[in-house]
Design a protein around this ligand. Structure first.
Ligand code: AMP
Ligand code: MG
Length: 349
C-alpha cells in the first residue's frame, strides 16, 4: 500500500484533503493525524473492521483498549452511560485538551475498542486538524498513538512514516506536536477518581478543578483483582537499542557520576550517549550529549522527549545515561516514560 503524506499546516487551506481523510475513516480505513499530545492512528470507533485495522497496523495486542476521540459533548454522551459531576467538571475545564476520561461504556461501543472492558476511554483533543477530522467523519475516532507497538510515540509526521509507511493509506502532517507525551488518563468509574497514566495535566491541577482528592496509580502494573486497570500498563514499553540508565540526585553529583561512568565505559570500549538538559549540556564529556529541553520549563522536555529517544536509535552508542527529574512540574509524566525506556534501571546518589 502506498502511504500518502498530506501537509495540513493551515487547516483552512486543506478542506479537500480533510474531506478525503474523513471519507477514508468513514469507509473503515485508518488515517494518522496530529493531536496536541502525540500523533494518533485513527479509525471509525464504532466499526469493528476499522478497529481491527488499527491493531493490525500497529501490531498492538487486542486486549490493550483504544481511546475514542470526540469533537463535542453530544458525541461524548452517546458513548457513555452517565457522566458523574466530577468528570463533568474536569471535562468542562480541560477539554478540548490532554485529558482522557474512563467511564462506563454505552452499549453501542464495540467491545473490541475497550478490550472487552465495561468502561470506555474518551478524549476531546485540542488540535484543529484532529477536531476537524472528527467533525467531518461524524463518528468518534478510535486512535492509539501512531507508532509500531513498543516504539516511542510519534511527535512528528516523520516518526509516523518511520513506523507505518506502506501500512496505512494516509498521514496528515501537522508538524511537530505541542505537548509530546500522551494524555493524562483519569478513571472516573470509581468513587475516588484515579490517574491511570500521568500526562500534561497534573494531579494537583485536576484536584483543584474538581474539588476533591484524586488517587495516583503508582504501580506500573495497576492490577485490581487480577484485572489491570489500564491494560496498556502490562505491556513492555519502548527500550532504546542502547542500554539506558537514569541517574537521580543533586545536580552536581549527577553530572560527576555520569562523567565518571562514561569514562569507565569508554575504557571498556563502549560509546556513550548522555540525555541531559540545556542547563547542564556543557558539563558532559561523553561521545554524544543531547539536551532534552530546559529543566526550568518542563514543557520543552515533554515536547522533545520521544524525539530524543528515537534519535538515539540512529546513533552509534552502546550505553545511554540520562538525567532524571524529581522536583520539577511534570516530572511524573516525564519519568513515567523515561523509567520504562530505561527498563527501570536507576542509580540514586
Ligand atoms: P494509547 O492509545 O497508546 O495512548 O494507549 C491508551 C491507553 O489507554 C492504554 O494504556 C490503555 O490501557 C488505556 N485505556 C483505554 N481504555 C481504557 C479503559 N476502558 N480502562 C482503562 N484504561 C484504558
Ligand atoms: Mg501508545
Amino acid at each position: 500500500m502506498k502511504t500518502k503524506l498530506v501537509k495540513v499546516q493551515q487547516i483552512e487551506d486543506c478542506s479537500m484533503q480533510m474531506k478525503e481523510a474523513a471519507e477514508l475513516i468513514r469507509r473503515g480505513e485508518v488515517v494518522a493525524f496530529p493531536t496536541e499530545t502525540v500523533y494518533g492512528l485513527g479509525g471509525n470507533g464504532l466499526l469493528e473492521e476499522a478497529v481491527h485495522k488499527i491493531y493490525e497496523a500497529k501490531g498492538r495486542p487486542s486486549d490493550n483498549p483504544l481511546i475514542l476521540h470526540v469533537c463535542d459533548m453530544a458525541m461524548t454522551e452517546s458513548l457513555v452511560q452517565e457522566i458523574p459531576e466530577t468528570a463533568r467538571k474536569a471535562m468542562d475545564y480541560f477539554w478540548p485538551g490532554p485529558m482522557t476520561v474512563i467511564l462506563p461504556k454505552a452499549e453501542k461501543v464495540p467491545s473490541c475498542v475497550t478490550g472487552g472492558l465495561s468502561t470506555v476511554a474518551v478524549r476531546m483533543p485540542a488540535h484543529k486538524t484532529a477536531l476537524r477530522l472528527i467533525q467531518e467523519a461524524k463518528v468518534p475516532i478510535a486512535a492509539p498513538s501512531a507508532n509500531t507497538s513498543g516504539r516511542p510515540s510519534p511527535t512528528k509526521a516523520e516518526h509516523v512514516m518511520e513506523d507505518l509507511d506502506g501500512r496505512i493509506p494516509m498521514i496528515l502532517d501537522g508538524g511537530a506536536v505541542k505537548v509530546g507525551v500522551e494524555s493524562t488518563i483519569v478513571d472516573f468509574s470509581e468513587a475516588v477518581p484515579v490517574i491511570l497514566r500521568p500526562g500534561r495535566i497534573t494531579k494537583m491541577e485536576l484536584e483543584k478543578v474538581i474539588g476533591c482528592p484524586v488517587r495516583m496509580n503508582t504501580a506500573f502494573l495497576g492490577k485490581d483483582n487480577g484485572v489491570p486497570k489500564a491494560p496498556g500498563m502490562k505491556y513492555k514499553h519502548y527500550a532504546p537499542k542502547a542500554d539506558m540508565t537514569i541517574v537521580l540526585g543533586e545536580r552536581k553529583a549527577v553530572i560527576a557520576k555520569i562523567n565518571c561512568l562514561a569514562v569507565k565505559q569508554k575504557e571498556l570500549g563502549n560509546r556513550v550517549g548522555v540525555i541531559c538538559t540545556d542547563e547542564t549540556v556543557e558539563e558532559y564529556t561523553a561521545d554524544d550529549v543531547v539536551s532534552v529541553g530546559r529543566r526550568c520549563n518542563m514543557e520543552t522536555v515533554t515536547a522533545k522527549l520521544y524525539d530524543v529517544l528515537r534519535g538515539f536509535d540512529h546513533k552509534d552508542v552502546d550505553i545511554i545515561y540520562s538525567e532524571g527529574f524529581e522536583e520539577e512540574p511534570l516530572s511524573e509524566a516525564v519519568m513515567n516514560r523515561l523509567v520504562k525506556a530505561a527498563g527501570h534501571k536507576i542509580i540514586r546518589i
